[in-house]
Ligand binder design. Structure first.
Ligand code: ATP
Length: 367
């Protein structure tokens, strides 16, 4: 459970927030992102209307959204999206660039209001009233460069009611957990982008929220840090937290998610488990004949493709046994054979359509 809000922690966080925002005025060193974020935090997260709902009986879903619509001017950025996130699950929001993932997340958290539809967060129709119980890593990254990692984490925890020294101590433990203990007393400006991102992530969850929402948490991290983040997500789930994250890298979603929503062109195209998404495609046969034959008349369907000595083609589950019998009867033998369901990457391309997959580099990571 989250820690009780201590006036002293909130007061010191508020003082620090106003100091930092003050420092960002002409002559100060803060970026616009930090400035607006701290200003928002100071105004919203420290608001007295934020009450801790201790003893609340958790519903079996932590997020329920129905028919969410958001316009930017005349542009319909989110078009009737439904999302239901079970408590204790890891839930992925997947989609190509510009699909509407961030806009959806921002509506779910109450950062912006939908033009149509309803949403409920941790049982509340007013998402900001439960923000103490949520940890949020926004897509925009940025931390005050003059602060040390341990101070940033304690500060972010204090904004959510965590005692400053408890935040510092827990932050140091979490930095060790992700292999960054050597930079815990280092200033942000001396850190790599990836390290600073991990610090921001830890600061977002140091107050042990029930719900963790991470917008593109893997982007900008090297493979080692991506692995550490995957481990951290697993540990947060093990402690009972619900985790929602957005991504367009399928490999993370495939390994981590219990359920996922695929969004493309502002609409939800799929909702279900990873296996259900993969189940949208038939099995795929990859076969290399033992006799090196180049023509296998009668054994391969017309849509079979050839790469080197190997053939590849889709097959329906019910047709596998009959095809294997034909293979044995053909006498061509087997140099190699696999019959597998295509992965989430292929299912994603199938569901959203290859035209919608514009970020080839990111998608390539899924292979
Ligand atoms: N404040 C805004 N004003 C105008 N258009 C916006 C605004 N925010 C988002 N959009 C547009 O809405 C669409 C959805 O944006 P959104 O950031 O939600 O997509 P996304 O799926 O998170 O994309 P990415 O993976 O690239 O971050 C995009 O076309 C984007 O340009």
């Amino acid at each position: 459970m989250p820690h009780a809000a201590k006036p002293s922690a909130r007061a010191s966080a508020a003082i620090l927030a106003s100091r930092l925002v003050g420092e960002s005025r002409p002559g100060g060193g803060l970026s616009a992102i930090i400035e607006s974020r701290l200003a928002t935090d100071a105004a919203g997260w420290l608001s007295p209307r934020r009450t801790r709902e201790r003893g609340t009986v958790l519903a079996s879903t932590v997020i329920e959204a129905s028919g969410l619509v958001k316009y930017f001017g005349d542009f319909r950025a989110v078009d009737g999206i439904d999302i239901s996130v079970p408590q204790g699950s890891v839930y992925g929001i997947l989609g190509p660039n510009g699909a509407g993932k961030t806009t959806t997340i921002r509506m779910l958290l109450g950062i912006i209001d939908p033009d149509e539809g309803t949403r409920s967060l941790l049982g509340s129709a007013n998402p900001r009233s439960v923000s103490d119980r949520v940890g949020y890593l926004p897509e925009e990254r940025g931390l005050y460069p003059g602060m040390k990692a341990c101070e940033v984490i304690a500060f972010m925890g204090a904004l959510r009611g965590l005692d400053w020294s408890a935040g510092r101590k827990r932050g140091a433990e979490m930095m060790e957990q992700v292999g960054l203990s050597r930079v815990v007393d280092e200033k942000i400006r001396k850190m790599s982008k990836g390290m600073a991102q991990m610090v921001q992530l830890i600061g977002s969850i140091v107050h042990r929220p029930e719900l963790i929402v991470l917008d593109e948490p893997f982007s900008g991290l090297d493979p080692v840090n991506q692995g550490r983040l995957e481990a951290l997500i697993g540990e947060e789930r093990a402690r009972g937290a619900t985790i929602v994250f957005s991504t367009h890298v399928m490999a993370h979603a495939e390994r981590l998610c219990d359920r996922l929503a695929i969004i493309a062109g502002a609409k939800r195209r799929f909702e279900g488990t990873v296996d259900e998404a993969r189940g949208q495609l038939p099995l795929e046969v990859r076969y290399t004949p033992g006799d090196g034959a180049a023509r296998l008349d009668g054994l391969l369907p017309a849509e079979a493709t050839r790469r080197g000595d190997s053939f590849r083609f889709p097959i329906e589950d019910h047709a596998v046994a009959a095809w294997l019998t034909r293979l044995v009867d053909s006498g061509h033998g087997v140099a190699s054979l696999s019959i597998e369901r295509p992965g989430l990457h292929d299912a994603f391309v199938h569901i959203v359509g290859s035209d919608a997959v514009r970020d080839d580099a990111a998608m390539g990571d899924a292979k």
